[in-house]
Design a protein around this ligand. Structure first.
Ligand code: PRX
Length: 691
């Protein structure tokens, strides 16, 4: 049964793209009206973690990199670092070098003395009649230790090994991650809604020998049998040369195995059946070097297969802890709910690591936000007295569409609300602020990426006013800049778009791309590095791949991806990945994927395909392409429409003009196409699509 989840943060921006004639669309002037400011509520400011206006001065480039010790000091280190930043081999940054720490210790053990009885995690099952489970820090400590003991002694896992984790939104997922972190095992969590194929590719790329999964889970009122994907993924990985020796299966329901797919003798173990043997065991947290890898997180790029951003232990954890404290304003007394899926970076940073490092209570909600009705999130907020709420524009649009008045029916009280993942339309922002937040909560629009670990742009909620649709300035310590195509700085207030970059390294930034250092340099640093031989960090701005605009007040407005990446309802997908899936259908010759605007999801894929000579067009092809995309990637990538066309518009050098196709799908201006190799096809396709 497919998992149709689509609520998680990600992006809904359409690719801005290369206009083909050499003029980048990011250079065009953007005629947006300036939105009004909203001051943070006085009640919020009165209690905020960060109210010192000097913070921007303290975090100015003049004090770089030392200002980041403030972040590292939020953690407990078993050995203090000697060097804040080793930038001797740019752009391979190493933070807090010489320091040692353990992420699991920082998220659990250090809270026990003061707060062992406090709830660390709430697990909220999708079925509303199933009780909510409150897991205290002590209970989390016990579960993580026992599972770590099993991984170490039962499975033989060691520091540096990789493990692929393909699980739904359950507390056992956080337990798994923290147990890995305790041992120094590198976890690679694959979004539960992804297909077996996607899971297999990540098993192979990461070199995992162990897969951790779950029998099943609830989604949109349906029981999803998840174990099947593990069987398929293991087989696909085997065919691609990677053997999985152990599949560990958590049970969703106490006492009963919920999958119709049985256990493979000698390979599969139900964790709940063996964990009792490790009762009471304690595992000493490994002292990890700051620059050791904590986890891998795969993300889509413009070419080839998804790549893994490799995140460090010390730099990453310092960064997400600081962001959770300074921007999300999390305090140990807060009940915090981030609706993202842990299978994405937002969930890693802001459901698990950041909030737990601060000793807060973090909610893991299994299901769909609109199940069984659109009041669900607000009921949950009321029930658990959530005071910090974190979600995406896609979820906000969906909740508004199905229940614009719902929030008014419940008694909850948010002090802060977060949006992430895609540009939020000012109108949607205002509903969020006025209706969900009752004008009583600060809103932060946080712009960042999988590769970054934590936020790049956002207002500091007690210090800067909010402006709908704008993420805000760089967060303290981050110094963004907009460059034009030639590397000239685009000044503030010109109304011109450009490529947003970050001038300085920061601790949350990935260590690299797993197994592919060249791709790391080429994708993120080559674009604006004027001297590849330079050893000075100032010569290596980070190229984010987003178009953006800088207003006079220093606020950045993000326009969307400039590469071949589309962000569907919060999921970052490479157009190439979807095209590759379409090309698997026998008879299909070419495929081009574009981002078509959608009222709720921001954008959705539409596919244009041509058939091989002699193949007779039929409706069947559309269905087959859709099926192939769902099989290869997952239901989240399901194309809204497949168009069978006689040819695709191409440049004279043979490049497919996706931009022209996107304009047709979105009924926008297709511009001048006379220089194409086959301009006549544009009108034909327009006739088909727009009739
Ligand atoms: O285009 C930007 C958009 O999401 C992309 C990163 O996607 P991903 O790595 O999946 O991470 C999503 C969650 C951090 C960015 O390149 N994006 C993210 N946040 C925002 C955003 N666009 C506009 N406003 C945001 N707040």
């Amino acid at each position: 049964m497919p998992d149709e989840r689509d609520e998680v943060p990600g992006t809904g921006s359409s690719a801005v793209g290369d206009a083909g004639g050499g003029v980048s669309e990011t250079e065009i002037a953007v005629h947006w009206q300036e939105e009004e400011y909203y001051e943070p509520p006085a009640s919020f400011v009165a209690q905020a973690n960060l109210t010192d206006p000097q913070v921007y001065e303290r975090f100015s480039l003049e004090h770089f990199p030392d200002y980041y010790t403030e972040f590292a000091d939020l953690l407990d280190w078993s050995k203090r670092w000697d060097t804040v930043l080793d930038s001797s081999n740019p752009p391979f940054w190493r933070w807090f070098v010489g320091g040692e720490l353990n992420a699991s210790y920082n998220c659990i053990d250090r809270h026990l003395e003061q707060a062992k009885n406090k709830t660390a995690l709430y697990f909220v099952p999708e079925p509303e009649d199933e009780p909510i489970e409150a897991i205290t820090y002590q209970e989390l400590f016990v579960r993580v230790n026992e599972f770590a003991a099993y991984l170490r002694d039962g499975i033989g896992m060691q520091r540096g090994d990789r493990v692929t984790v393909h699980m739904p939104m359950v507390s056992q997922l956080a337990v798994t991650m923290l147990a890995c972190a305790r041992l120094g095992v590198i976890h690679s969590v694959v979004f539960g809604g992804f297909s077996a194929r996607a899971c297999a590719d990540r098993i192979v790329d990461s070199g995992s020998s162990v897969l951790i999964t779950m029998d099943g889970y609830w989604r949109d009122g349906k029981w999803i049998d998840h174990k099947e994907k593990a069987d398929q993924a293991v087989e696909m990985a085997r065919q691609d040369g990677r053997a999985i020796s152990s599949v560990l299966i958590w049970r969703r329901n106490r006492g009963s195995y919920g999958s119709s797919f049985g256990l493979v003798e000698g390979r599969d173990v139900v964790v709940d059946d063996v964990i009792g043997q490790y009762r009471g065991q304690r595992v000493e947290p490994e002292a990890m070097r700051s620059e050791d890898t904590l986890f891998l997180m795969y993300t889509s790029g413009s070419t080839g297969k998804p790549k893994a951003a490799q995140h460090s232990t010390g730099g990453y954890l310092s960064y997400v802890t600081a962001m959770s404290k300074l921007i999300l304003d999390i305090k140990p007394t807060d009940v915090y709910w981030c609706m993202a899926d842990i299978g994405w970076i937002t969930g890693h940073s802001f459901i698990v690591y950041g909030p737990l490092a601060l000793g807060a209570s973090s909610i893991i909600y299994e299901g769909s936000p609109t199940y069984p009705d659109p009041g669900r999130p607000w009921r949950l907020a009321e029930r658990l007295d959530v005071n910090i709420f974190h979600t995406s524009p896609t979820a906000i649009r969906a909740l508004r569409k199905v229940g614009a008045e719902e929030p008014t029916k419940y008694h909850y009280n948010f002090k802060l609300m977060v949006t992430v993942g895609e540009p939020i339309e000012p109108d949607v922002w205002r509903w969020y602020y006025n209706v969900v937040g009752r004008r009583n909560a600060a809103v932060v629009d946080t712009w960042w990426q999988t590769e970054n670990g934590g936020f790049l742009c956002s207002t500091v909620p007690a210090l800067k006013p909010m402006k709908p649709g704008s993420a805000g300035p760089g967060v303290p310590g981050i110094h963004p800049v907009i460059y034009d195509e030639d590397g000239n700085e685009v000044p503030a207030g010109t109304g011109k778009g450009g490529n947003i970059c970050i001038r300085n390294p920061w601790p949350g930034s990935m260590l690299g791309i797993w197994g592919d250092p060249d791709r790391y340099v080429a994708t993120y640093y080559a674009r604006y590095c004027k001297d590849p031989g330079s050893k000075a960090w100032r010569d290596w701005p980070y190229f984010a791949g987003d178009g953006a605009m800088l207003a006079k007040d220093g606020y950045f407005r993000i326009l969307g991806r400039i590469d071949d990446v589309i962000n569907v309802a919060g999921h970052r997908l490479g157009t190439k990945e979807i095209e590759a899936a379409a090309l698997k259908v026998a008879g299909v010759a070419e495929a081009a994927v574009v981002a078509a605007h959608d009222e709720v999801k921001g954008v959705v894929p539409e596919v244009f395909v041509t058939l091989l000579p002699g193949v007779v067009p039929s409706e069947e092809f559309g269905t087959q392409v859709v099926d192939s995309v769902v099989r290869e990637i997952g239901p989240i990538a399901r194309p809204r429409k497949v168009w069978l066309v006689p040819d695709l518009p191409k440049t004279r050098s043979g490049k497919i003009m996706r931009r022209v196709l996107a304009s047709i799908s979105n009924r926008g201006d297709i511009g001048d196409v006379t220089s194409l190799a086959n301009p006549e096809i544009v009108e034909q396709i327009q006739g088909m699509v727009q009739s």
